[in-house]
Design a protein around this ligand. Structure first.
Ligand code: SF4
Ligand code: SF4
Length: 445
């Protein structure tokens, strides 16, 4: 199988996949969960339970509000203690339903049997409705509601479903383990997504550093019609949507456009598995695989964790924080965000918890740009990061827009490679959000 990739830029940071051989372990249910009503892109869900209410695993506790939003379900059985604000992974206060755990009773509609259900007799619109009801969102990080992604607007057409199994972020292995251990369920999920989109072709793009999963998927997929496995070169950011589409189909998504504009829909591998559970087993999205990792962590693991579980409880389960702790990141080291504390809880999009020690986190002091152009050579979007940083510093927003700052996929390759240790991504991220705000205001006029 030939290894394909995207043509422009990219880097190969140390992979550090120290949990790649560790099977998924089910984490014990905590005593209390705090389930955020905003675990997705778009409007937060509206709580439909109150203090004192009894809930089961899978009970709807938050209703989606508006077109881009998602339902929220209880991940445990017990009593609602309060509806209160807790910090999210960025430290911002967000509304959560706090539930005291009592037993582990599931909604009777949830099918907990281990039987693999291959056939799906539902129509495309019924599949999409079920995915919507189950609160499925993109589990790769963005949290975009999946049912919205599957509703193709009039005038657009899709011919290829791409399953993002690249997992190109160093350290993270949650998708890798799912691909290896839940292969059939995932492939049925892909078949269901194909049916929902009415496409004949699905391609699973997976990086070459997961040979065991590639072998298992390739062998098993022979029994499934219209599903191809494409081995991708291990190169960061292979899992970025536009880079994945280019590698898999050769199609280029133009600046400011969407995968839909080139006939593609991209769905994360974990999401495809959640679709199987929702459609075939009536199980809403109430748990996910989280890679808890770090070189100094006593017990790194791939854990199946209920949403709403406190991050502190997950870290304790993995052996607790080491002495020389510097920061804890939600996600991977390249695109993840440092958490201000461990008070937040696991959401539908928490792919990893990465513990970094002080020794590992040492970054040299930034010095002046030496115009080496290394940042330009690694940028997968063909941007000029050194220039975008300067334009941001000088608040030259028109020029930054002209230089396509909003095309930045925030991969951090430029910061990683810069010999002057410039905090390019931090600055460009700020510039990008400012330009996006200016554009939004302009189009609202
Ligand atoms: S400018 Fe953006 S897209 Fe380009 S390398 Fe830097 S972070 Fe990645
Ligand atoms: S890599 Fe760093 S030093 Fe080199 S041009 Fe870019 S910003 Fe300047």
């Amino acid at each position: 199988m030939s290894k394909i990739t995207f043509p422009k830029g990219g880097i190969h940071p140390p992979e550090n996949k120290i949990t790649e051989h560790l099977p998924i372990e089910t984490m014990p249910i905590p005593d209390e969960v705090a389930i955020l009503l905003s675990q997705h892109l778009g409007a937060p869900a509206k709580p439909i339970v109150a203090k004192g209410d009894k809930v089961l695993v899978g009970t709807l506790i938050g209703e989606a509000q508006g077109f881009i939003s998602a339902n929220i379900h209880s991940s445990v059985s017990g009593t609602v203690v309060k509806i209160d604000e807790i910090p999210d992974a960025n430290g911002y206060p967000k509304t959560a339903v706090v539930i005291k755990v009592e037993g582990d009773e599931w909604e009777p509609s949830c099918d907990l049997s281990s039987e693999l259900k291959k056939e799906c007799p539902l129509s495309p619109s019924d599949i999409i409705e079920k995915i919507k009801q189950a609160g499925i969102v993109g589990m790769g990080g963005a949290g975009f509601p999946t049912h919205v992604k599957l509703m193709i607007p009039e005038g657009k057409s899709v011919d290829t479903l791409i399953i993002n199994a690249a997992e190109c972020e160093p350290y993270l292995t949650a998708d890798h383990r799912l691909l290896l251990e839940r292969t059939e369920e995932l492939l049925v999920g892909v078949s269901i997504l194909k049916k929902a989109l009415s496409v004949d072709r699905a391609v699973i793009g997976i990086e070459s550093n997961k040979p065991d999963a590639i072998k298992k998927l390739s062998e098993t997929a022979l029994e499934y019609e219209g599903i191809e496995i494409k081995e991708l070169k291990t190169k960061y950011p292979q899992g970025a949507e536009k880079q994945l589409i280019k590698a898999v189909t050769g199609r280029e998504v133009p600046s400011g456009r969407l995968p839909l504009d080139v006939g593609c829909v991209v769905i994360n591998a974990g999401t495809a598995h959640a679709v199987y559970r929702a459609v075939q087993k009536n199980i809403p999205l109430i748990e996910r695989v989280v890679t808890v990792t770090g070189k100094a962590l006593k017990k790194p693991a791939n854990l199946m964790v209920r949403t709403g579980t406190p991050v502190s409880v997950v870290v304790d389960y993995a052996g607790g924080l080491p002495d020389d702790i510097c920061k804890v990141i939600s996600g991977g080291p390249m695109m993840g965000k440092a958490m201000p504390n461990l008070d937040s809880t696991i959401t539908k999009t928490t792919s990893g918890i990465l513990v970094i020690t002080g020794k590992e986190a040492i970054r040299p002091e930034p010095t002046a740009c030496i115009r080496c152009a290394k940042c330009v050579s690694v940028c997968p979007m063909g941007l000029e990061p050194y220039l975008l940083e300067k334009l941001t510093e000088n608040k030259l927003w028109d020029k930054a827009e002209e230089k396509a700052i909003t095309d930045c996929v925030e991969c951090g390759s430029c910061s990683y490679i810069c010999p002057a240790a410039r905090p390019l991504l931090d600055n460009i991220r700020y510039g990008k959000s400012t330009v996006m705000m200016i554009k939004r205001k302009r189009s609202a006029k």
